[in-house]
Design a protein around this ligand. Structure first.
Ligand SMILES: [Zn+2]
Length: 66
């Protein structure tokens, strides 16, 4: 299970993706309980890439291969 969490990214904030019970985002960014006061406009590229890879791995079944 994954969830979106707003958190620091560089000089601003972005939406990160983290596993439900993880303390850090997929990109390694520590996420604290206190969410930023405003919603970020951007998504963390590293998190999105990791998330897409995880989804692909999750749906890839040996018996469904090309
Ligand atoms: Zn991230």
């Amino acid at each position: 299970m994954y969830e979106m969490r707003a958190g620091p990214a560089g000089t601003g904030i972005s939406w990160h993706v983290k596993a439900k019970d993880a303390a850090t985002a997929l990109c390694g960014q520590p996420l604290h309980d206190a969410a930023p006061a405003v919603d970020p406009d951007e998504h963390c590229g590293l998190c999105m890439a990791s998330f897409e890879r995880a989804m692909r791995d999750h749906t890839a079944r040996p018996d469904h291969g090309p």
